[in-house]
Design a protein around this ligand. Sequence first.
Ligand code: NAD
Length: 307
Amino acid sequence: MSGTLDGRVVIVTGAGRGIGASVSRLFAEQGAKLVLNDLGANPDGTGGDEGPAREIADEITRAGGEAVSDGGDIADTATGKRLVDLAVSTYGKLDVVVNVAGILRDKMIFNLDDEDWDAVIRVHLRGHFSTIKPAAAYWREQRNPDGHFRIINFTSDSALQGSPGQPNYAAAKMGIIGLTASVANALGRYGVTANAIAPGAATRLTATIPQDKKLGGDRPAADDSRSPDNIAPIVTYLASEASDWLSGRTLGAAGYGVTLWNNPEVRASISSDGPWDLEDLAKQVESEFRPLADGLHPSIFMGQIPK
Ligand SMILES: NC(=O)c1ccc[n+]([C@@H]2O[C@H](COP(=O)([O-])OP(=O)(O)OC[C@H]3O[C@@H](n4cnc5c(N)ncnc54)[C@H](O)[C@@H]3O)[C@@H](O)[C@H]2O)c1
């Protein structure tokens, strides 16, 4: 049976649990050869255990697929380089990088410790940089503008809509959108696309969020709509050769739905003939921007209207 990812060589970070594990299973079913990384950390990033990475790789090989595992910390850039080298030494090439690894340390901004800021920024932003840099260097060397190479990153509605209790996470996840846009523009000429996914699924990570703060909820669903397995199909499409046309974009995936986000765009502009006069600036902002502001995409999270 042929699959949409037959023979494609893929790195997945955070592959041991949740969305990463679902993506890895479907990719294997669709014929991908996998390098699976997971630190086996607690939801807050502490601890480490090689078990989750090894277990998913074992499960896939037992089912007849191809997978090797790595239990390193993805925010250590040596890990990203090692994964790219492992893909090339094991399978002879690299086609796709899927950056799923993530942690949460939710606090309101006024209670957020430096350490909780740094840990979340480190795992998400450095964790993405860690794989993207060596993969990009490898693809640049291939000199193959028709290479169908892929970078698939993981962002969040927390960033897109400003989750009030997740300032560190929202900042990191918005950073991933900027990183995605930058590498999409930089690497298109080398046959690489880069896109970001904002998922919604019931996993160990969302189980740490208080019930009343959940987007869409982890309410016990009568069906399997909150399963992380529902995120894997759109990631599979993005990883396939068919998605050459799509780059620099953010997609949402939750339940049985997939959405296409717009990038931030200029909706109105005002100007002055010279340095701004404060009164003139205020007048123009009030007359030109204020009527539009209500109609803009709401930067509110789960209906929490800013006071
Ligand atoms: N589940 C959701 O609804 C949701 C919503 C928005 C964004 N996300 C994002 O999707 C991604 C997957 O989340 P999930 O819900 O499957 O969580 P999860 O906790 O089930 O899985 C995350 C995995 O990443 C691994 N990990 C953590 N730190 C690591 C590190 N430094 N190096 C390597 N591996 C590491 C963990 O061990 C874990 O197995 C994350 O980036 C998360 O921020 C999830």
